[in-house]
Design a protein around this ligand. Structure first.
Ligand code: FAD
Length: 383
């Protein structure tokens, strides 16, 4: 793997950082307290190109490579993970899966809007009774003439109350993963209702929703892929999503590093800057090493995607390591800030609260370990 960044990648990082330093970082504490980012940020993110990073130019995107995408997600994670989630779910989870599994008509219809942020998408897999065991989901899609009628409930759906489009996974066949299909459901369809979930520990600026589907009727042309292919599509999408979450976590670790270095150089105790104490440098060294290690794992998975090689296990390793390292880094950062780390005048407590969910969603750390363990041993511990 060539880890030297080319000029396009470096330029995109500089552009992204300049934009986020100006448009997101000054507002993130206020959005966190208000439990909502200002949605006016969405078209601005679209103008910079965040939503179109890896969508080909023919569908209105920038046609960038996967490392550039990871750089974008890292910079968004450093700035505000709530904003990162808006982009990575809409474009990374849903847009990319339409690109890989959609018909030409579906691509032409949805992708140009997703690539600019004019259309926001959400990913409806998790249900109240099935999280890690998503292959046993209960939402049903029943054929009725040329249509499908969907009934069921989804929970914890990122972008849920803002989205124009929901990728809904529903059962069209018998029990288990092989009975699941995927549907592109416009959220304005009669019977599609949503309710925002408030009071989250982190990602407070992000709209996370419960979704209720009551006799939601969609034409057969809304099905993504063949009947019974839905679970495979969901897992393919989540494999790529895990690289994106990993990249966002690298941004959190990097943000913690920069915050601690800056603060410890200014803050003085015992007549010296905190940065001069060996125990503070010990924390800084750990955060710095974990930032590099997590970034390398993320870039390795991204490089495999670029080469068209299997990347699922590399994605699990990247997501598992980067998310756990982000929690460690944010925890250490709070310690280095002392009492000031505990209040929202400084960003480290927000990094901690946002990092905590990264070990849970898109497959918990335990699920990532089971995937890695299955690859190493050839034995599935799921069944
Ligand atoms: P459970 O599956 O009930 O797990 C509970 C505990 O049991 C965990 O520690 C888990 O690791 C452990 N466990 C489960 N099975 C095993 C096993 N076989 N072996 C060992 N341990 C096991 N979902 C979506 O579909 N779309 C979204 O956009 C989305 N966004 C989210 C945003 C937020 C803020 C949150 C909190 C969640 C989001 N989710 C989303 C849901 C998320 O993916 C699930 O919460 C996650 O998959 C875990 O499922 P669960 O919460 O039902 O936990």
């Amino acid at each position: 793997m060539d880890i030297a960044l080319n000029d396009d990648q470096k330029n995109f990082r500089a552009l992204a950082r300049e934009f986020l330093d100006k448009e997101v970082i000054p507002h993130r504490a206020e959005w966190d307290r208000a439990e909502s980012v200002d949605v006016g940020i969405v078209p601005k993110l679209g103008e910079i190109g965040f939503f179109g990073l890896t969508i080909p130019e023919e569908y209105g995107g920038l046609g960038g490579d996967y490392i550039t995408y990871c750089i974008g997600m890292e910079e968004l994670g450093r700035a505000d993970s709530s904003v990162r989630g808006i982009v990575s779910v809409s474009m990374g989870l849903v847009g990319k899966v339409i690109l890989s599994h959609g018909t030409e008509e579906q691509k032409q219809w949805w992708l140009p809007g997703i690539a600019t942020g004019e259309i926001l998408a959400c990913f409806g897999l998790t249900e109240p009774d099935t999280g890690s065991d998503a292959g046993n989901l209960a939402t049903r899609a029943v054929r009725d003439g040329g249509d499908y009628v969907l009934n069921g409930q989804k929970i914890f759906i990122t972008n849920g109350t803002w989205a124009d489009l929901c990728l809904v996974f529903a059962r069209t066949g018998g029990p288990g993963p092989k009975g699941v299909s995927a549907f592109l459901v416009p959220t304005g369809t009669p019977g599609f209702e949503r309710r925002e979930i408030k009071g989250k520990l982190g990602l407070r600026g992000q709209a996370t929703a419960e979704i209720f589907l009551t006799d939601v009727r969609v034409p057969e042309s809304a099905r993504l892929g063949a009947e019974g292919e839905g679970f495979k599509i969901a897992m393919h999408s989540l494999d790529k999503g895990r690289v994106s979450v990993g990249a966002g976590c690298v941004g959190i670790i990097q943000g913690c590093l920069e915050a601690v270095v800056q603060y410890s150089q200014q803050r003085r105790q015992f007549g010296r800057p905190l940065a001069s104490f060996q125990l503070i440098q010990d924390m800084i060294a750990d955060i710095s090493v974990e930032a590099d290690a997590a970034r390398m794992l993320v870039w390795r998975a991204a490089d495999l995607i670029e080469r068209g090689e299997p990347f699922g296990v590399a994605a699990s390793k990247a997501k598992y390591y980067a998310s756990e390292a982000a929690v460690r880094a944010a925890n250490a950062a709070i310690q280095a800030f002392g009492g000031y780390g505990y209040v929202d005048e400084y960003p480290v407590q927000k990094y901690m609260r946002d990092a905590r969910v990264m070990t849970l969603y898109e497959g918990t750390s335990q699920i990532q370990k089971l995937l890695i363990g299955r690859a190493e041993t050839g034995i599935s511990a799921f069944i």
